[in-house]
Design a protein around this ligand. Structure first.
Ligand code: ADP
Length: 330
């Protein structure tokens, strides 16, 4: 969160080691250099110019390719996520509202005793909605959202990570109010290990824990939250026809599923009517939308064979232990 060019809160998340490795692999293949002076650089700079057509002073000494990268890859003008898009997590929503959104909306009253806390850590398995919370903060506070993955700073930017972070704060201070969301913070804040950085809250050292004073566990979705995700996603597409009993059965069968697993499950189940029509010999080009049957419990039962839960009980136990030891209770 940036006010008057001064970094206040940081909202950071920690996912799992495997996700970080996957991201590192993906990112190390892409290249960001060789884009100096292009038309697109000019466009990115133009967005940041003041009414006088000049670049703000803070940005004048920054390398144009850094500004372009931030504008294209890190800055999101309309994150398009609101609280009502996020299932469950009532406690996290309340804490984040008080600690980050209100101070963004009313910096004039969040002074002195009410100065906002300075470090909020959201931790938990990947796919539980931490990034969604970051986007909702920006959405609710009408702020520009900046997303940066700490593991990419290490893997992709290597020696230039610090330069990029400085440029990022420069750009964010010119786009206030701004939310900078640092994902996988543990890869930056953990003690170095010879086998590489790991992306687990347990790896945060004591100094990092001291800086991140509020630590909120973002757990797996409850049964109600899972039901909500199924209903919400199908309703958005006008496909919701399930009975209360069907939804109850889906909830029972999806114990241990992440929010992201639920989304994948709904996507797969919604293919059921299409697959059936295809099996019965209908060509996809001839398929009439109005003739397609609704998504059924059977479609979900089939999808459950394809979409398995992503987190093991062991892994969950580790998050819960860390939460018991270091997590904020309220
Ligand atoms: P994280 O940052 O914790 O790894 P994300 O916020 O990126 O997880 O979630 C990945 C996707 O999973 C989201 O885009 C959304 O579709 C779904 N999802 C996860 N948690 C929730 C939730 N609590 N409510 C609604 N959708 C969710």
């Amino acid at each position: 969160q940036v006010h008057d060019g001064v970094a206040g809160n940081s909202v950071v998340t920690a996912n799992t080691f495997s996700e970080m490795i996957a991201q590192q692999k993906k990112m190390s293949c892409s290249s960001f250099l060789g884009i100096h002076g292009s038309d697109s650089t000019k466009r990115c700079m133009d967005v940041l110019r003041g009414p006088d057509g000049e670049l703000p002073e803070k940005l004048r000494n920054l390398e144009p390719y850094l500004i372009e990268h931030i504008s294209n890859e890190i800055m999101n003008h309309d994150p398009n996520v609101r609280w009502e898009d996020i299932a469950g997590l009532h406690h996290a929503k309340k804490c984040v509202t008080e600690m980050v959104i209100w101070p963004l909306l009313r910096p004039d009253i969040f002074k002195g005793c009410r100065s906002p806390g300075r470090g909020l850590l959201l931790f938990g398995p990947p796919g539980t909605g931490k990034t969604m919370i970051g986007k909702a903060i920006a959405g609710e506070a009408k702020a520009t959202f900046f997303y940066v993955s700490a593991s990419s700073l290490v893997s992709k930017w290597m020696g230039e990570g610090e330069k990029l972070v400085r440029a990022l704060f420069g750009v964010a201070s010119c786009r206030q109010p701004a939310v900078i969301f640092v994902d996988e913070i543990d890869s930056l804040l953990s003690q170095r290990k010879s086998d590489g950085a790991t992306n687990r809250p347990q790896e945060l050292d004591e100094a990092a824990r001291r800086r991140l004073t509020k630590r909120l566990y973002i757990p797996l979705p409850s049964s109600e939250a899972r039901a909500w995700i199924v209903r919400n996603l199908l309703e958005k597409d006008g496909l919701f026809k399930l009975s209360t009993e069907d939804i109850d059965s889906i909830c029972k069968l999806t114990e241990g599923y992440l929010g992201s697993d639920m989304k994948n499950l709904v996507n797969d189940a919604s293919m059921g009517p299409l697959r059936e029509a295809f099996r019965q010999g209908t060509e996809i080009t001839k398929l009439k939308k109005e003739d397609m049957r609704a998504v059924t419990l059977q479609d979900f039962e089939n999808a459950l064979q394809e979409v398995r839960p992503s987190v093991s009980l062991d892994e969950l136990g580790t998050y819960e232990d860390w939460n018991n030891q270091f997590g904020s209770i309220s």
